[in-house]
Write a protein that binds this ligand. Structure first.
Ligand code: ZN
Length: 255
């Protein structure tokens, strides 16, 4: 019996070694700031570029991860990264890559308004966060699991997801607004599990103000870091995690 137990223990050790260092052992998480200074992404209802929103929130997420014992490596903090492929390359060695973005709406869903003398546009219909994973990532199962954990923690803390992206992107997890977006370069070229996070909708005039609030950014970062830590330290994907609950079921092609 004792011999059997020690043989079993030895087998587990061998398995653990074969799997390489675990996420908790490398301790490094890459936090990517979406877009660049020269191509700042979406424009908010009040005319601020998405890159600045991404940089602020990514910094808060890096701090929150640091408080939980992770080494957070910011990717593209200066907004000068040269290509989409350079992002996962800059994340090499990390246990996980989180790409931070803010969402917009379709051009035809916008209405014009004037703010501080500037002609801008807005849409107050949609609000909330959403998450994206790629099935072309080498660890889709862990990507989905961590996206679920982040989404669950955000909702536990009162953040509400948007389902506007369910009109075009199939769900990996409907309840937590986790979508498949296989072609996203930053996820597809990553060598580690990766998630793209859309923090909220910049064209929504109320939500824009919330997204600019440093205290709320810190709460959101706390939720993300808590969910991600739980996933990376203790998460074990289910056998069907990568195919999740509603594979390839997309709403009718919408606008
Ligand atoms: Zn973006």
């Amino acid at each position: 019996m004792g011999g059997f137990r020690s043989a079993l223990a030895a087998a587990f050790v061998t398995l653990a070694l074969a799997a390489g260092p675990s996420a908790a052992e490398t301790g490094l998480v890459a936090v990517d700031v979406g877009h660049t200074l020269s191509a700042p992404g979406a424009t908010s209802a009040r005319g601020r570029g998405e890159f600045e929103f991404n940089r602020d929130l990514a910094g808060q997420i890096a701090s929150a991860l640091g408080e939980r014992g992770w080494e957070a490596r910011m990717v593209n903090a200066d907004g000068r990264i040269e290509s989409l492929r350079a992002r996962p390359q800059a994340a090499a060695g990390a246990a996980f890559l989180l790409s931070v973005h803010h969402d917009s709406v379709n051009a035809f869903e916008l209405s014009p308004w004037t703010w501080e003398g500037r002609a801008l546009d807005y849409n107050d219909e949609f609000a909330g966060h959403s998450l994206f994973v790629s099935r072309d990532n080498p660890d889709t199962a862990m990507s989905v699991l961590c996206a679920r954990a982040i989404g669950a923690r955000l909702q536990r803390m009162g953040f509400e997801p948007t389902h506007k992206n369910g009109r075009r992107r199939s769900y990996a997890d409907r309840e937590h607004a986790v979508h498949y977006y296989d072609g996203l370069a930053v996820l597809r070229h990553a060598r580690m599990p990766a998630v793209l996070f859309e923090a909220g909708i910049l064209k929504n005039r109320d939500e824009e103000l919330l997204l600019r609030d440093p205290a709320r950014q810190a709460r959101m970062a706390d939720a993300i870091a808590t969910g991600l830590s739980a996933c990376l330290r203790n998460g074990l994907p289910a056998d069907d995690e990568a195919s999740a609950d509603l594979p390839d079921r997309v709403a009718p092609p919408g606008p």
